[in-house]
Ligand binder design. Structure first.
Ligand code: HPA
Length: 280
C-alpha cells in the first residue's frame, strides 16, 4: 500500500531520498528513529546503504552532542528497515518543516510503519531510570500549533488528521510481547512533549503530571503527527533516562541523560529487534 502524499511539492522535495531507498533494493516497509544515546544500534544492523541525513533531506541543522545524524538502509534481524540515527528537534531552532522532513520523506517509499524511540524523563514516580515505556497517548505542549502547518496545501492535502488512537494498537501489542519475551519490563503511559532546550521547573512538572503525563521529552510528537498524516502506523518507545518527579531533587544534565540513554539503549535495541522479527 502506498502512503498518501501530503502534497506533490513535498514528494518532489524528497526525490534524492526516494532514489537512495530504492537503490538499496530492499523495499523496506518499516522505518525506525533512534533517539539520544542509541547510535550504537548500528551494530545490530546489516547496513546496505548509508548517507548523511542533512544532505539527503536538504536540512541544514546545527549538531548536538550525542546526536549523530545518518540514514541507514539495511536488515535488522533479517527485516528490511530505514533507520535514522538521530533526529531534528524544534529546540535547535529549526522550522517544523525540517523537524518532520525525515518522516514526510517516507511517503513515496514502501515504508508503512514507523517505530520511534527517544530519551525521556520519568514523571510517574513508579518509573525507574532505564525503564522503557510504550506510549499510549501524548500531550503536545511545545507551543507548537501543529506539526504540519504550511505543508498541507493543494488538491491532495489530507486536512485535519485525527489524533485519537494515533498509536497503533496492534504494533503496541507486539512491543509488549517483545518485552515479555525478553524479560524486559515495559511501562505504558502518556508522553508529554515540551519545547526545551531547558528542563522543566518543578511547577511545570507538577502541571504535566496533573494533566496525566507519565514521561516528558522534547521530540517525537511532531514525527507522530507527520506519520499519521501520511498514513504510517506508529508505536513510540521512550527510554526513561532520569526521574522527572516534581518534588525530588533534580539530577540531570545532558551528559547524564546520554549516559542513561546508553544504559537503556541496549534494551530498546533488543525490543525493537524482537518487534521486527515478529513482523512479516
Ligand atoms: N524533560 C524534557 N526532555 C527530556 C527530559 C526531561 O526531563 N529527559 C530527556 N529529555
Amino acid at each position: 500500500m502506498e502512503a498518501p502524499l501530503v502534497s506533490r511539492a513535498n514528494a518532489d522535495a524528497f526525490s534524492a531520498f526516494h532514489a537512495f531507498v530504492n537503490e538499496s533494493g530492499l523495499h523496506p516497509q518499516t522505518a525506525v528513529v533512534l533517539g539520544s544515546g542509541l547510535s550504537e544500534v548500528a551494530g545490530s544492523l546489516d547496513v546496505v546503504a548509508r548517507a548523511p541525513m542533512d544532505d539527503l533531506l536538504g536540512v541544514s541543522a546545527p549538531g548536538v552532542a550525542g546526536h549523530a545524524r545518518e540514514v541507514l538502509v539495511g536488515r535488522w534481524n533479517g527485516h528490511a528497515v530505514v533507520a535514522y540515527r538521530g533526529r531534528y528537534h524544534l529546540y535547535q531552532g529549526l522550522p517544523i518543516r525540517d523537524v518532520v522532513a525525515p518522516i514526510l520523506a517516507l511517503a513515496g517509499t514502501p515504508v508503512r510503519r514507523l517505530l520511534l524511540t527517544n530519551a525521556a524523563g520519568g514523571l510517574n514516580a513508579a518509573f525507574h531510570v532505564g525503564d522503557l515505556m510504550l506510549v499510549t497517548d501524548h500531550l503536545s505542549l511545545p507551543g507548537l500549533a501543529g506539526a504540519m502547518i504550511g505543508m498541507q496545501t493543494g488538491a491532495d492535502a489530507v486536512g485535519f488528521v485525527p489524533m485519537r488512537g494515533a498509536y497503533d494498537a496492534d504494533l503496541g501489542r507486539r512491543v509488549l510481547e517483545a518485552g515479555e519475551h525478553l524479560g524486559i519490563v515495559l511501562r505504558q503511559g502518556v508522553y508529554a512533549m515540551v519545547g526545551g532546550p531547558q528542563y522543566e521547573t518543578a511547577a511545570e512538572l507538577r502541571l504535566l503530571r496533573m494533566a496525566g503525563a507519565d514521561a516528558v521529552g522534547m521530540s517525537t510528537v511532531p514525527e507522530v503527527v507527520a506519520a499519521r498524516t501520511i498514513g504510517l502506523a506508529v508505536p513510540a518507545l521512550p527510554g526513561i533516562t532520569h526521574r522527572a518527579v516534581p518534588d525530588e531533587e533534580q539530577a540531570q544534565d545532558h551528559r547524564e541523560v546520554l549516559e542513561a540513554g546508553d544504559r537503556a539503549g541496549p534494551m530498546l535495541v533488543a525490543v525493537v529487534g524482537s518487534v521486527l522479527e515478529r513482523l512479516t
